[in-house]
Design a protein around this ligand. Structure first.
Ligand SMILES: *[C@@H]1O[C@H](CO)[C@@H](O)[C@H](O)[C@H]1NC(C)=O
Ligand SMILES: *[C@@H]1O[C@H](CO)[C@@H](O)[C@H](O)[C@H]1NC(C)=O
Length: 388
């Protein structure tokens, strides 16, 4: 049991929540006491569990209520549940659950409980569609993984030491939850099955990211006498031209081309003034070799080095996954995940799989099809079975 962990079993849930976890308000404790569907532990099915998870607002940074609810739910099913404190000043916790007292398991099923803003309420529509923030990214995966776990347990297919559940916070804001779990949880696994929307296909991998700001500082003057100034806009245009049109970025056989987007550009103050300052935000989706990408970026700014400040916000290499399992189609993800942050020091087999499409995640119409949710339970069960 790690310093940062709080362990509790169901009989102790309510008192330890109330005593040990400052973020649980009186209101919430009363809510937990008052909700018979939790304390009596009747069968909450897949759609019911998904509904609970989606209905609880859990924007990144404010995940406490959903973590508490799920901790309680899992404890009511007889699992041992630990809360793993995220390393920052606020009271935020990841959740780690397993059978009995064996923290190291052959397989860990993992996903994230935070969502992007704004919150969108839970709504079922005709034809078997469930809308709401997090319905696909990633509470669809969370609900399906939990139900897969409980089904396997009920069928007698798993026992203590086989499978654990790890649900983290902060995935959408840089992965502080998974980074903490990786550093402080101290549990070991052979296989990690990550849940993110992959349309129920096994992801081959996903691109990395180089996200940076450019700030060019020149010297303003009257545009009739440009030789008296130093044009920041002109320098930025040349740098961006090089980045966008003249650089051969690394290409991966599996993940395709690296791609460049300069999504935000501004500079100067008026048409008749030589610009003294120009800015751009640039995002490169890295298909492979982040070091080579970084070198090419510095080559593009080299001619203007003394006028240019570059600030990196993200620098992550591409992630390659295990994807050869019979009966699964494959998928290439162009988005980033928590996968690279779970570092265990051993050779972890890593799968990325989940219901729903990334094309609707983060948008106003985020949704998941009930049939896809149901199919993914079977998918997770099969992935666990081949990994035991
Ligand atoms: C990758 O880049 C090459 C060269 O620019 C281009 O011809 C090709 O269409 C690109 N592939 C994809 C999938 O965009
Ligand atoms: C991981 O696998 C590689 C290749 O199979 C092996 O060389 C290496 O020693 C392994 N590392 C660990 C920590 O098991």
């Amino acid at each position: 049991m790690k310093f940062h962990s709080i362990v509790f079993t169901f009989s102790l849930v309510l008192s330890s929540l109330a005593l040990s976890i400052p973020w649980v308000s009186d209101h919430m404790v009363q809510h937990l006491f008052a909700d018979p569907s939790i304390s009596k532990g009747p069968d909450v099915d897949l759609v019911g569990l998904h509904k609970h998870l989606v209905s609880i607002k859990s924007l990144s940074g404010y995940e406490q209520e959903v973590v508490s609810w799920l901790a309680d739910y899992l404890a009511s099913r007889g699992l041992t549940v630990e809360l793993n404190k995220v390393e920052d000043e606020t009271e935020r916790y990841n959740l780690y659950a397993y059978l009995g007292t064996t923290r190291n398991t052959k397989v860990v099923l993992t996903s994230h409980l935070d969502t992007v803003p704004p919150y969108l309420p839970y709504k079922v529509e005709e034809g078997g569609y469930i809308f709401g923030r997090g319905s696909c990214d990633a509470k669809g995966s969370v609900a399906a993984q939990v139900i897969a776990f409980l089904n396997l347990l009920e069928e007698g297919s798993i026992k203590e030491g086989d499978v654990s559940l790890l649900y983290v916070v902060g995935e959408e804001i840089g992965g502080d939850g998974m980074r903490t779990a990786s550093k402080t949880l101290g549990a070991k696994w052979d296989t990690a099955i990550f849940g993110e929307p992959t349309e129920n296909k096994l992801a081959i991998g996903h691109k990395g990211i180089a996200l940076f700001d450019l700030k060019i500082t020149g010297k303003s003057c009257h545009s009739g006498y440009p030789e008296l100034g130093i044009d920041a806009d002109a320098m930025l245009v040349q740098i961006l031209h090089k980045l966008l049109f003249e650089t051969s970025w690394p290409v991966s056989d599996l993940l395709g081309n690296s791609t460049v987007n300069a999504g935000q550009i501004n500079g100067g103050v008026a048409a008749n003034v030589i610009s003294s300052e120009a800015h751009a935000k640039v995002l490169i989706r890295v298909a492979k070799d982040i070091d080579a990408v970084e070198k090419l970026i510095y080559e593009a700014i080299a001619p203007f080095e003394e006028y240019t400040d570059i600030t990196f916000h993200s620098k992550e290499d591409a992630t390659f996954l295990d994807y050869k399992v019979e009966g699964f189609e494959n998928y290439i993800a162009a988005y980033s995940t928590d996968v690279p942050f779970l570092v265990t020091g051993s050779n972890l087999t890593r799968y990325l799989y989940g219901p729903g499409s990334i094309m609707v995640a983060h948008g106003p119409d985020e949704m998941v099809k009930v049939s896809d949710l149901q199919d993914s339970v079977d998918g997770y069960k099969r992935l666990v079975s081949v990994s035991l």
